[in-house]
Design a protein around this ligand. Structure first.
Ligand SMILES: Cc1cc2nc3c(=O)[nH]c(=O)nc-3n(C[C@H](O)[C@H](O)[C@H](O)COP(=O)(O)OP(=O)(O)OC[C@H]3O[C@@H](n4cnc5c(N)ncnc54)[C@H](O)[C@@H]3O)c2cc1C
Length: 432
């Protein structure tokens, strides 16, 4: 249902932002955690207008429509073959240089790699239903436009405005529930009484999912790699599971390209897990903490929880974690975090001016005469540089910050180090 502004920027890098923007709903609203009496406990803030990534901060979509745009987009590449309705039975004796297993939570490629499963503790079944709502109904019109996490110990729920007539309810299963019978009208509509009745909406689709919090250690073995739910699963309380998989793809894509073209040695791929795993853990750990707030079903514990927020709602944002150790300067943030996407003086978004390359942004004086295999952009991101008290920044093709420099000497050192990295490869990082 949801992706964030950074993921829209990844779609932009795939040349699909406009098409996806046409089928997804941009929202400036956030996510409200509300108790059983309707009092707001916590708010994940929304963002007004284009956010730091140059796009709205939150987007809502219907999965089959988004997938259709992605599949259509693949047709632009004559070298891509799509085999729908085929099952991979084993991976061995490969012809391919690399295989990326994006084969979900039960990944076969993961089994071939033999990754280590780390259970982060949350496993809970929820009923997920999509409703097509009558736009003329007064009760539908009164539904909130922001996402609601209803922290009612009697029955936790999530309510999302997907877009158009479609709204999503996620309803936690409680002891004594018979999952097979929950959508029977006599059981379903009483659970929905707070929001809608059968005269307001039609049930389009329903399924029970068990939400998991799991990471794998070992995302690579030789030519096999993993991405997405194959190597991490988060409960969807932040709408960030697919987003994490998209970030995996963005991290891996430029590295695979560099290795396949012979610009970097194969060891560059060892930086993929070391960078991504701590990043995705931050999101999963937060989703698990939010799950503890939302999924509290003990009335006394819920009342104690509510008292913690008596002074007012707690506000928070999506985390912006630093990548783990890998192919970047070993330095504290902002190194290893994603750089924003400003609009340039000629109206282009920054990434359009850079393409799939390294880039160096900084004061014109510092960049003058600099020799580096990167796009040089003078006087771009000036506010950001000032705020971080640096005079230049080196960006990777995925726009994460490779290095920062406070003077010309540091900048030259960073570019030399980059050239060495690509001549000799990043050293194998220690496991975070
Ligand atoms: C209720 C719910 C709500 C969610 N909401 C959000 C949200 O709002 N935002 C968000 O970012 N994330 C959300 N997520 C998480 C998101 O759905 C997943 O993180 C995402 O789908 C993972 O994508 P994936 O491609 O890695 O794996 P999957 O979506 O599981 O895809 C794997 C694919 O591989 C195929 N496959 C597997 N094995 C084989 C084989 N042997 N041969 C051939 N094909 C194979 C499968 O059929 C499947 O098509 C939600 C999840 C749930 C359950």
């Amino acid at each position: 249902m949801h992706f964030d502004g950074e993921v829209m920027r990844i779609f932009q890098s795939a040349g699909l932002a406009e098409k996806i923007g046409n089928v997804a709903r941009a929202s400036s609203r956030g996510m409200h955690f509300v108790n059983g009496e309707g009092r707001t406990l916590m708010v994940r803030r929304g963002i007004d207008g284009p956010g730091p990534h140059g796009w709205a901060g939150n987007w809502y979509f219907h999965q089959p429509i988004l997938e259709a745009v992605l599949r259509e987009g693949l047709k632009r590449f004559a070298n891509v073959r799509v085999h729908l309705g085929h099952e991979v039975a084993s991976v061995d004796d490969l012809d391919a240089r690399y295989v990326v297993g994006c084969d979900g939570a039960r990944s076969l490629v993961r089994q071939a790699i033999g990754s280590r499963h780390v259970d982060l503790g949350l496993h809970q079944p929820w009923l997920v239903v999509d409703l097509l709502c009558d736009p003329t109904s007064a009760r539908v019109k009164a539904l909130p436009d922001y996402t609601v996490q209803l922290c009612d110990p009697a029955r936790p729920m999530t309510v999302v405005n997907v877009g158009g007539a479609r709204r999503r309810w996620e309803i936690m299963l409680m002891p004594g529930d018979d999952p097979a019978r929950l959508t029977e009208p006599g059981i379903f509509w009483p659970m929905m009484a707070r929001w809608l009745g059968p005269e307001d909406a039609k049930l389009e689709r329903a399924a029970v999912y068990t939400f998991h919090s799991v990471v794998q250690q070992g995302w690579r073995s030789g030519r096999l790699l993993l991405a997405g739910d194959a190597c991490h699963q988060t409960p969807p309380f932040l709408g960030q599971g697919m987003c994490a998989g998209m970030r995996d793809a963005a991290n891996l894509a430029w590295k695979l390209l560099a290795v396949i073209k012979g610009d970097a040695p194969d060891s560059l791929l060892d930086t993929y897990e070391s960078e991504r795993l701590p990043h995705v853990r931050t999101f999963i750990d937060l989703a698990v903490k939010l799950g503890a707030v939302l999924q509290e079903t003990d009335r006394n514990a819920a009342a104690a929880r509510d008292r913690r927020f008596e002074a007012g709602a707690e506000m928070f944002d999506f985390p912006q974690p630093q990548l783990g150790p890998g192919c970047r300067q070993e330095a504290p943030p902002p190194v290893g975090t994603i750089f924003p996407q400003p609009r340039l003086a000629d109206g282009l978004l920054m990434d359009e001016a850079i393409g799939q390359r390294f880039a160096i942004l900084g004061e014109a004086e510092l960049l003058d005469g600099l020799r580096a295999d990167a796009v040089l952009l003078a006087d771009v991101g000036r506010d950001w540089l000032e705020r971080h008290e640096v005079r230049a920044v080196v960006l990777r093709p995925d726009r994460y910050i490779h290095a920062v420099a406070r003077d010309r000497r540091e900048l030259v050192a960073a570019t030399l180090e980059l050239a060495r990295t690509f001549a000799s490869g990043c050293s194998r990082p220690s496991r975070p």
